[in-house]
Design a protein around this ligand. Structure first.
Ligand SMILES: *Cc1c(COP(=O)(O)O)cnc(C)c1O
Length: 222
């Protein structure tokens, strides 16, 4: 764990009102505890099993973010404590999260994952699919009170072409603004743009990110 990197990043992001999610996947609990001791509270994981194990042994006030691709049958394992699920990419998953939220007498906050990269392998919804999902959501919203859509998440193409990365982040922000003015008009909680990782977080912030997910810069390479 890199103390200097965290201190610098923490200061930079705090001054901009951007939330830092420290991506601790594959890293042992001891390294997470060390960052926690410096003051870091938001941590991100991308395997449910690993998340559940770490949550059980680390301080209870950590805000755990689930940032990976999520299968419906895994939601129940983390429904009692997860702070934010970043990568919702189907209505089915949304309804399952609602069901588990209800069972745990809580509202689970989520983001919709928007597909902004060129790469086929990256999950997520295009703008039309987001519209379709929100229509389904709207039709059943009285039954979906235990899940709350708080914004969008996206991952840019893995490339050195900064112009391209910038354009992809800008597209997510533009879609966010449209939704904030239409489907989520007046809904203050619809406020999160989760975009930016170690390599591209500065561009992401310039393009309107409010939450960055940073791993290797803090913990070293995996
Ligand atoms: C691993 C991961 C990150 C962090 O990536 P780094 O390059 O290590 O900062 C961010 N977001 C998601 C979805 C990830 O899986």
């Amino acid at each position: 764990m890199n103390k200097e990197a965290w201190e610098e990043l923490h200061e930079e992001l705090a001054s901009k009102g951007v939330t830092l999610v420290a991506v601790s996947k594959t890293k042992p609990a001891g390294e997470i505890q060390a960052l926690y001791d410096l003051g870091q509270r938001h941590f991100g994981e991308n395997y449910v099993q690993e998340l559940v194990e770490k949550q059980a042994e680390l301080p209870a006030d950590i805000r755990w973010h689930y940032i990976g691709h999520l299968q419906s049958n895994k939601v129940k394992d983390m429904a009692a404590f997860v702070h934010l699920i970043h990568a919702v990419d189907s209505f089915k998953l949304l309804t399952e999260i609602n069901k588990q939220g209800l069972k745990n007498s809580r509202v689970i906050d989520v983001l919709l994952q928007m597909h902004i990269a060129d790469e086929e392998t990256k999950f997520g919804l295009d703008e039309n699919e987001i519209t379709t999902l929100l229509k389904q959501y709207d039709d059943q919203k009285d039954a979906l009170k235990n899940v709350r859509i708080c914004g969008l998440m996206g991952m840019a193409t893995f490339t050195d072409d900064q112009t391209k990365v910038r354009a992809e982040f800008a597209r997510l922000h533009s879609c966010f603004k449209t939704l904030a003015a239409t489907s989520f008009s007046g809904k203050e909680y619809f406020s999160i743009r989760s975009m930016g990782m170690s390599a591209d977080y500065k561009i992401a912030i310039e393009e309107g990110s409010t939450m960055v997910r940073i791993g290797s810069m803090l913990f070293g390479s995996r």
